[in-house]
Design a protein around this ligand. Sequence first.
Ligand code: NAP
Length: 297
Amino acid sequence: MQKSYILPFPITYAMAATILDGKALAREIRDNLRKQVKSLTEKPGLAVITVGNDPASQLYVGGKEKAGIGAGYHFVWKKYKEDTDEITLLSEIDKLNQDKKIHGMIVQLPLPKHLSPFLIIDAIRQEKDADGFHPLNLANLFLGRDAILPATPKGIMRILEHYNIPLAGKHAVVIGRSNIVGKPIAFLLLQKDATVTMCHSMTADLAALTRQADIIVAAVGKAWLVKKDMVKQGAVVIDVGMNKKGDKIIGDVAYDEVKEVASAITPVPGGVGPMTIAMLLENTLKCMEVQKKLSTR
Ligand code: NAP
């Protein structure tokens, strides 16, 4: 079992913010997965499809490959050129759908503009959808049923759970409404009885809303958008953003100043990012279990 921490929440006086260490938690999860995988007769298989040479995607998939192989997974990286057409990709997905050694697959987003992400993701078998982006998996999430959950929101929930951060009755403000982070995390928080406000680029007064938040999730892609004066004393701040600044990756939250008022905060890097990879591996194992169950029916 994972260790858990008791977080002093809510905080009514100034004290150092707890650093929500996603890197350490992800390592613990990967170690547990490695042990589980060792005890299996078959390796879980994860395939990643990339199209083009987007440097960020290459870096992220490299991290997934390292973590997957490190945890004892069978890892396959299918690399396609930028000008690959939909038919070629769909036929690769079809092959992977039928490949018994592959239990989970993902298509690394974003795809080049000439490809429809909806068409491509829809082609993945629901039980092999390790990213949890298939419409049926998202529908199950929406309905509160057992689902393969999108890895980043699942990782955020795991951090909140690990650090015993109360959610019921709390006001969570989610900044960003993407299908892969903003919308799913809002539903997961709602399922845990938080009162959720969703913000986006057309939100009239973002700071007025974030100042009311007990929990802020920033998933925007704008470096240091969330400043200290936008955060209530004692709020928990989850920073999903990964923005390039020179050769560094920085978050959507101005970490150094916000940690002076937050009771707990995720760093970037070392917060949500490593958890996303750990959850992808966990999802692949879940995909494998679901397929085993289906094959015995
Ligand atoms: P996305 O699809 O580009 O969505 C960004 C969202 O932010 C949109 O809903 C947009 O509103 C909103 N937004 C933009 N400017 C805003 C502003 N000034 N105020 C309030 N909302 C604003 O991005 P995403 O895929 O969700 O990713 C968000 C960030 O998380 C990126 O930095 C990405 O790299 C990072 N990310 C990290 C991980 C990880 O594992 N750590 C995983 C996924 C993503 P509209 O809808 O109105 O346009």
